[in-house]
Write a protein that binds this ligand. Structure first.
Ligand SMILES: C[S@@+](CC[C@H](N)C(=O)[O-])C[C@H]1O[C@@H](n2cnc3c(N)ncnc32)[C@H](O)[C@@H]1O
Length: 318
């Protein structure tokens, strides 16, 4: 594992630094220099936490191959406000890395990047970044983040915190990992109009409890709807489905929407207030790249289901 990144990982119990070494059974592990706790390394990934509420993500990111280098770079620029090339030599935390598409992008651009995720998606993220010695992946919980504080030049979290049981606390945890003067960028689902919220919550009561093998064909069926021109701009303002041009991404997006246990929606004012409360300034509200007056109008009126609230800021005190 990259030594610079290993030096930032902490024991969950006593917060001391960790060292690679065999566990009492002789298996590969990270061992705590303070209290002797041991965390297994499985398939090259240190495992410091796991939880069943993210099981759907483990399945999703290992099943659908969604790495699209060019698109990932464009999305990263839009959702963080950062030019990935400017991150060469910087220390970056991808908080909730999923299958690792953005960690991979930044490693390719020369950043030293740590991807953290609570689910088995770390297996896919580890494969996606395997060729880059400047990247590492850890399975850990953002709500109890076992990482050094004030360490990263950039922390970003795209589409993650709203899937935790306590997004506000997860925000505070990742905010503390930014070095003073460093940047934090967060993208969360936008709160839609009340009727849209009611319909969505009603549907998700059922879909989030379905076995994955039942929800996958439904996600594919919604993928078909997302290819029908008249429906993909209209019906999806009532029932969410992706209209991404790529079939795999469409089906993955649909599963990603309907499967997770937790999915909360937020306003830009709320997200801005979190940044301010955690000591961030120079806030920028980032807008989606899609243009056109109809889209802009619908976005500003909170009608686009699955769109985001997106803020970046600088940690004061640098
Ligand atoms: C929609 S995915 C986004 C993944 C990635 N950021 C991307 O855009 O490709 C959300 C991810 O958040 C992770 N996640 C949810 N709650 C988490 C927590 N408490 N700690 C760490 N990861 C979490 C899930 O496992 C999942 O991989």
């Amino acid at each position: 594992m990259n030594p610079e990144l290993l030096a930032l990982i902490r024991c969950r119990s006593c917060r001391a630094a960790l060292e690679p070494g065999p566990d009492p059974g002789g298996a590969s592990a990270l061992r705590c220099e303070g209290c002797g706790a041991s965390y297994p390394i499985v398939s090259g990934v240190p495992r410091l936490a796991e939880h069943p509420y993210v099981a759907s993500f483990g399945r999703q990111w290992n099943r659908y191959d969604v790495v699209r280098d060019e698109e990932d770079e464009a999305v990263f620029r839009v959702k963080t406000g950062v030019d990935p090339q400017s991150l060469a030599g910087k220390l970056v935390l991808d908080a909730g890395c999923g299958g690792g598409r953005y960690a991979r992008l930044l490693a390719r651009m020369g950043a030293t990047v740590l991807g953290v995720d609570l689910s088995d998606a770390v297996d896919q993220a580890s494969k996606a970044t395997a060729e880059f010695p400047n990247a590492a992946i850890v399975q850990a919980d953002l709500l109890d983040l076992p990482l050094a504080e004030s360490a990263f030049d950039l922390v970003f979290s795209i589409g993650v915190l709203h899937h935790s049981p306590d997004p506000r606390r997860a925000f505070a945890e990742i905010a503390r990992r930014v070095t003073p003067g460093g940047r934090l960028a967060v993208w969360l689902y936008r709160k839609n109009t009340p009727p849209q919220e009611w319909i969505n919550s009603g549907l998700r009561v059922f879909t989030s409890r379905m076995p994955a093998r039942a929800l996958e064909p439904i996600s594919a069926g919604l993928g078909v709807l997302g290819s029908i021109p008249v429906l993909k701009q209209t019906l999806n303002k009532v029932i969410n489905f992706s209209n991404h041009p790529d079939w795999t991404l469409r089906v993955c997006d649909n599963f990603d929407w309907y499967a997770p246990t937790y999915q909360s929606h937020h306003t830009a004012a709320e997200l801005r207030s979190w940044f301010e409360a955690e000591g961030f300034g120079d806030l920028t509200e980032l807008r989606p790249q899609k243009s056109g007056r109809a889209y802009e109008w619908a976005y500003d009126h909170n009608l686009i289901i699955g769109s985001g609230v997106n803020v970046a800021g600088t940690r004061l005190g640098g």
